[in-house]
Design a protein around this ligand. Structure first.
Ligand code: FES
Ligand code: FES
Length: 151
C-alpha cells in the first residue's frame, strides 16, 4: 500500500498496517517533529492532519490512512526560508515554553484556520484546549492563533 506524507508517497508493507502512524513517522521516516506524550489519544502531542483534520497519530493505525488520504506533519508546514503563517505567529507570540506540545498545537491551529479563517477568541480557546499544554501556555497560544488568522 502507499501512504502520502507531506506530499511524498511511501510504501507500506501489508504486515505493518496495524502499526501506529506515530511510530512509522518517527522511526521509519525520521519525522520526529511529531511528539509522543501519553500514547493513549489523550494529550494531542502526536497530532497530525489527515485530509486537513486533526488525528492523534499514537492511536491511528497506518492502515487507516494508507488509502489515498493526505497526511501532513509539522515538517510539511513550511521551511526555514519560508515559514508557514502559523509557525511565524507562534514564534512572534513566543507561544512555546518547553515546546513539547507545540508541533501538535500548530497542527491544531492549521486545522482550525483551514476550517474557520477568522475564529473568535472563544472558538480558538475551545478548539485549542483539546490539546494539553503542561506549561499552561494557553493565553499565548490563543494570541498566536489570532495573529496567524490575520496573515
Ligand atoms: S501521544 Fe497521542 S494523544 Fe498523547
Ligand atoms: S509548551 Fe510545554 S507542554 Fe506546552
Amino acid at each position: 500500500m502507499k501512504i502520502t506524507i507531506n506530499r511524498k508517497e511511501y510504501s507500506v508493507n501489508e504486515h505493518e498496517l496495524d502499526r501506529k502512524l506515530l511510530w512509522f513517522l518517527r522511526d521509519e521516516l525520521g519525522l520526529v517533529g511529531t511528539r509522543y506524550g501519553c500514547g493513549a489519544g489523550l494529550c494531542g502531542a502526536c497530532t497530525v492532519l489527515v485530509d486537513g483534520q486533526p488525528y492523534r497519530s499514537c492511536i491511528t493505525p497506518i492502515g487507516a490512512v494508507a488509502d489515498g488520504q493526505l497526511v501532513e506533519t509539522v515538517e510539511g508546514l513550511g521551511s526555514k526560508q519560508k515559514l508557514h503563517p502559523v509557525q511565524r505567529a507562534f514564534i512572534e507570540e513566543q507561544a512555546p515554553q518547553c515546546g513539547w506540545c507545540m508541533s501538535g498545537q500548530m497542527m491544531m491551529a492549521v486545522s482550525l484556520l483551514n476550517n474557520n479563517p477568522t475564529p473568535t477568541d472563544t472558538e480558538i480557546e475551545e478548539f485549542m484546549t483539546q490539546n494539553y499544554c503542561r506549561c499552561g501556555s494557553y493565553n499565548r497560544l490563543r494570541r498566536a492563533v489570532k495573529r496567524a488568522s490575520r496573515y
